[in-house]
Design a protein around this ligand. Structure first.
Ligand SMILES: *[C@@H]1O[C@H](CO)[C@@H](O)[C@H](O)[C@H]1NC(C)=O
Ligand SMILES: *[C@@H]1O[C@H](CO)[C@@H](O)[C@H](O)[C@H]1NC(C)=O
Ligand SMILES: *[C@@H]1O[C@H](CO)[C@@H](O)[C@H](O)[C@H]1NC(C)=O
Ligand SMILES: *[C@@H]1O[C@H](CO)[C@@H](O)[C@H](O)[C@H]1NC(C)=O
Ligand SMILES: *[C@@H]1O[C@H](CO)[C@@H](O)[C@H](O)[C@H]1NC(C)=O
Ligand SMILES: [Zn+2]
Length: 321
């Protein structure tokens, strides 16, 4: 249980209100998505939270945290949603080239920023069923999180899924723990942050992120919520959302992190070359990302969780009011 200063109005108006955080987080991975939801809840006005929870009742759901990972668990039930968790752009982040074409890389709205727009519209559709609105809310909460995981904003090497790395040692076998770059950003890197810096408590991790939003990042927060005026950056067709909700802008920022950190803070060139040449990747040459790389990127991960949480709060405020 944690007491958190600030609520949504604090972000825009610098008004502090104490909000009681009900014991949070389930275990990007489930605990990452739930953390984004926890951060968002801190900034939501109680009346808006009430509206969201009322909507979620249609599917017997009771909290933002518990529904946040849901979209990853129903991929078999809804195969059409598989392509909505990321952007299918093939750029070259290892060569400092991070970009996507807002139209060509999102054919038939099959990408995460279009999905966010469409879930917002589904929630605001007055003739949609209560169940459809609840599911759209669950997708929205999830996709705002996904978009802020940089490796969901590029499909280079399938978003790092086909780039093998190691993450320290397997505690059981003592051998290097082999995984891939995408999984390390989804799970292993934030897991190490929770373990090493917050005594294994996701609540303490979330509290520290909220604290930093109110202190060291406070000056940046207005910029997190400021949208450019260009049409393609905005939520199409929902005029009232244009000011603070701009998934395309957030996606560009997320992909830029691939060039600035994800592929830059370690030299993956040997493995990338082997993967691209389709030769057998030798375990001996794998980069380990559990130590120096974690040191370099863990603050970036916390920052992305913070941005995602604050923006999710803004998105829910604009969508439900
Ligand atoms: C919600 O729970 C009620 C009572 O247990 C049940 O009748 C209903 O089918 C459930 N609805 C859904 C969507 O699971
Ligand atoms: C709103 O929902 C109804 C019922 O599912 C659907 O037929 C209609 O196309 C939706 N409208 C929009 C604008 O998506
Ligand atoms: C560690 O190795 C064991 C035995 O091979 C395996 O079952 C387990 O999944 C590995 N742990 C991780 C975290 O990869
Ligand atoms: C982090 O990983 C350890 C070891 O696998 C696990 O025991 C712990 O529950 C994980 N923490 C989170 C927040 O997932
Ligand atoms: C590697 O394999 C993929 C898929 O099988 C293929 O598309 C690609 O052209 C191959 N690359 C090289 C350099 O052979
Ligand atoms: Zn996802």
């Amino acid at each position: 249980m944690a007491k958190i200063a600030l609520n949504w109005s604090a972000v825009l108006l610098a008004v502090c209100v104490l909000v009681q955080l009900a014991g949070s987080a389930l275990a990007w991975s489930a605990f990452g998505h739930s953390a984004v939801a926890s951060v968002a809840r801190v900034y939501l006005r109680p009346s808006t939270l009430e509206k969201v929870l009322t909507t979620l009742k249609a599917t017997n759901d009771t909290s933002l945290e518990s529904v946040a990972p849901w979209a990853d668990t129903i991929r078999d039930k809804y195969p059409d949603t598989m392509g909505l968790h990321f952007i299918p752009n093939i750029d070259a982040p290892h060569q400092g080239k991070c970009f996507f074409d807002v139209v060509k890389d999102c054919v038939n709205d099959k990408c995460v920023y279009a999905a966010i727009n469409n879930e917002i519209k589904a929630i605001r559709n007055t003739t949609a069923s209560a169940t459809a609105k609840s599911e759209a809310t669950k997708f929205l909460i999830h996709f705002v999180g996904d978009l802020h995981q940089p490796l969901h904003a590029t499909s280079f090497l399938k978003g790092g899924n086909t780039l093998p790395i190691t993450f320290g040692l397997n505690a059981t076998t003592g051998a290097p723990l082999k995984t891939n770059l995408h999984s390390s950003w989804d799970f292993h890197l934030p897991n190490k942050t929770v373990t090493k810096l917050h005594g294994g408590s996701t609540d303490k991790w979330i509290d520290s992120i909220v604290h930093r939003i109110g202190t060291e990042w406070r000056q940046q927060v207005p910029a997190w919520l400021k949208c450019p005026t260009e049409a393609d950056q905005c939520v199409r067709g929902v005029e009232s959302l244009k000011k603070h909700v701009c998934p395309v802008t957030w996606a560009r920022e997320s992909d830029a992190i691939n060039c600035e950190h994800v592929f830059k803070d370690a030299d993956f060139s040997k493995t990338i070359d082997e993967v691209q040449r389709n030769v057998t990747v030798t375990d001996a040459g794998l980069v380990d990302v559990s130590d120096k790389y974690w040191e370099a990127v863990h603050d970036v991960i916390d920052l992305q969780i913070a941005r995602a949480g604050v923006r999710l709060a803004a998105t829910l405020e604009a969508t439900f009011n």
